[in-house]
Design a protein around this ligand. Structure first.
Ligand code: ATP
Length: 285
């Protein structure tokens, strides 16, 4: 489902690579936690898999597509297969729950009849039947994140990428949400979740891939959340290190329609277009 092959990612104007030789294979049907301290590269893995960024070198295949050579016109098809959930929910604040979930189907050109049946079904799956007409601000954080999951599920993704989906939720709500992700996984969707939440990782005992400074330092089936000794050392030295379980409130403004869902959001960065290679930061071989 996902294959990183010696992937190096160096962002423009960075001197250090964010990912430094990543080899990672995720098979269809797996549930994988990505863990590691802030800045270790978890979100970069998610962004590369979504084709929001391109690898600097190495190979990357997601859902059968080679993302080092994918053409711009083929990126929407990739994102149709890959559902995403983020820490800050990214719901459209002035649209109802139903409209938030339906939006992506309209973009995909689904018929009104198809939308009318798919939206309640997706909301039922996430336990939000009957809340279709509420606005996001009339929901709890956990409910808002369920809407985001319904929005991801409604297009039946084969892969679900969740980047800190519980980062703004209390522990009980977080666990309920991750149980929902487990159910989704049990029904066949591959799930990859980046998280700082040690309780969740220790409760679920799934595969754990641990990153440190852009490298995989642990890849363990049925793993626990372990902090690296370096992080502990940094904490005791008084350096300002963000605690792994710290909840960081999201202060960013609400998303626009285009930002709310990656299917319709960021143009694929530096994706090879029909006309030829991208201008900057393409694969350097
Ligand atoms: N757009 C960017 N431009 C330059 N550097 C970036 C960019 N995005 C991330 N980085 C750097 O890449 C490294 C990895 O960042 P990344 O966001 O992948 O880490 P993370 O493990 O997801 O962190 P967190 O847990 O805080 O979300 C960090 O050093 C970060 O500063």
């Amino acid at each position: 489902m996902i294959r990183f092959d010696h992937v190096v990612k160096t962002y423009p104007r960075s001197t250090r690579p964010a990912l430094d030789g990543i080899d990672l294979t995720v098979e269809a049907g797996e549930f994988v936690f990505l863990v590691g301290p802030s800045g270790s590269g978890k979100s970069t893995i998610v962004r590369l898999a979504l084709c929001e960024e391109k690898v600097t070198s190495g190979g990357l295949t997601v859902a059968g597509r080679d993302l080092t050579t994918i053409r711009r016109r083929n990126v929407p098809a990739l994102r149709r297969e890959v559902g995403t959930v983020f820490q800050d929910f990214r719901l459209l604040p002035d649209k109802t729950v139903g409209q938030n979930v339906a939006y992506v189907l309209h973009v995909l050109g689904e018929t009104p009849e198809a939308v009318r049946s798919a939206v309640p079904a997706a909301l039922e799956t996430v336990g939000l039947a009957g809340l279709e007409h509420r606005l996001p601000h009339q929901l709890s954080g956990g409910e808002q994140q369920r809407v985001a999951i319904a929005r991801a599920l409604v297009r039946r993704p084969t892969l679900l990428l969740a980047d800190e989906p519980t980062g703004n939720l209390d522990p009980r709500t977080s666990l309920e949400l991750v149980r929902l992700l487990e159910e989704i996984n049990a029904s066949g969707t591959t799930v990859v979740m980046a998280t700082h939440d040690d309780r969740i990782v220790d409760t679920l005992r799934r595969r754990v891939v641990q990153l440190e400074a852009g490298r995989i330092v642990r890849d363990e089936a049925a793993g626990l959340y372990l902090r690296a000794p370096e992080l502990t050392a940094e904490k005791t030295s008084g350096e300002p290190v963000r605690a792994d379980s710290e909840v960081v409130p999201d202060a960013s403004p609400p998303p626009t329609a285009a930002e709310a869902d990656p299917l319709t959001s960021k143009e694929p960065v530096n994706t090879i277009d029909q006309g030829g290679p991208a201008a900057t930061d393409g694969p350097q071989r």
